[in-house]
Design a protein around this ligand. Sequence first.
Ligand code: NAI
Length: 482
Amino acid sequence: MTKEKIWDVVVIGAGPAGYVAAIRCAQLGLKTVCVDEWLNHKGESSLGGTCLNVGCIPSKALLESSHLYQQAKSEFDQHGISTDSLDIDIKTMQSRKAQVVSDLTQGILSLFKANNVEMIAGRAKITASDSIEIFSRKTRKKFDELKTKNIIIATGSSPVRLQQAMLKDGYIVDSAGALELDKVPERLGIIGAGAIGLELGSVWSRLGSEVVLLEAMKDFLPMADKKLAALVKRSLSKQSLDIRLNSRLVSAKIKNKKVQIVYEDTGRKKLGEKKETFDKLIIAVGRKPNSDRVFGDELGIEKDERCFILVDENCLTSVPNIYAIGDVVRGPMLAHKGSEEGVMVAELIAGKQAAVNYDLIPSVIYTHPEMAWAGKTEDECQSAGIKVKVGSFPFLASGRARAMAETEGLVKIIADATTDRVIGVHIFSVQASELIAQAVLMMDMQATAEDIALTMFAHPTLSEAMHEAALSVHGQAIHIKN
Ligand code: NAI
């Protein structure tokens, strides 16, 4: 029993926010324990939260497999590679994914050991600002009680459920269920054309499903650059993803082993109800913070109307010494945002100075090509009254992109017209998820478009598009007409 000990920090949750916070706390010499309740489908404790178990990592594993299959099917022939008989074994694809997940979740356990972070598998409940009770997930019985100087809540988020289409018998599934399908559905419906809908839609469409995405809003990816969002939509439509905007789900029922849905076409002057039948339906309409059951109201930890735990810029809650980070607090629900908050809070608890730059959180959607952006969009600049100069460069003019036969997309750089500082970068291309890192770096270092223009980039690389886009801000691009 760990009863007598007083911990410096108890971290609740071992997702990318919590496990990173715990490791950094321990590195800074704080006596740290991390409590996590996640059980995998074998009923074993598994660290890494949603990201590693049923989110970022398994989806990227399936995106990789499905992309290779798609390439072999329709792109190899241009390289002179013939594949007479091509097949995909979904079971093998799924077990490779499970292995990737298992290696990485066990990797966190090794990191905990290496850094002297203690781990407790169980459900934590905060009973006072210095006390936490731990319950078994299986028996629900209390088996431990911890005393601590600081608490970090990193309990993450869960998929939003739709009353009109509750999860059912493997026919109506959430994102976790959609990663576990054991065969390719002939017709797949997806409610929500956000990041999850688009990524899962891409996976199953590449493997042969006829995919229809129903999106309630009238705009596609409204938080992204308008021009790039339009390019992504056009590209995905060419890849046979049927994206229907203004389409709100009304009802769903299972009949004859199919999912029958009714949805409303809100874009028409006269509201029209439409019907569709699918083999599977994925619900991907957002996520909600896991802020219930972690503490009682008597503790005084305040939440907003959407149940996010209220925190200040240091991620401190309304109770001294209780912090909250990651998906359970305001800001985008992104693993890297949670991790950075984890590092910041660890440093603050250790008495150091730390901050997160919330203006520079990169966003990526892992379609093919990928969409990635950081900083401001042109629309945001316009609303804020910031005068801008914009440069862009299409991958059609990139030698490397041509050699790769990946010429779709462009880089767009937005610079402040007065200071020339780069304030927004928007990319649609293969490896945009990698390219965006240099954009974040340049903006964090407060580089000007001229700084980037004066930097030497290796040739031939996709990164040269960033260089050319910066040159084009001042009408000096070499490989396009300015
Ligand atoms: P989302 O909020 O990005 O998209 C959900 C979409 O569903 C919205 O566009 C919404 O208008 C639509 N919707 C809601 N109710 C609807 C209805 N009744 N009928 C039709 N459409 C409806 O949420 P998503 O895709 O589920 O992702 C959840 C979170 O996970 C997000 O915060 C996202 O950023 C994060 N995530 C990030 C990824 C990445 O960075 N690549 C990948 C996957 C998830």
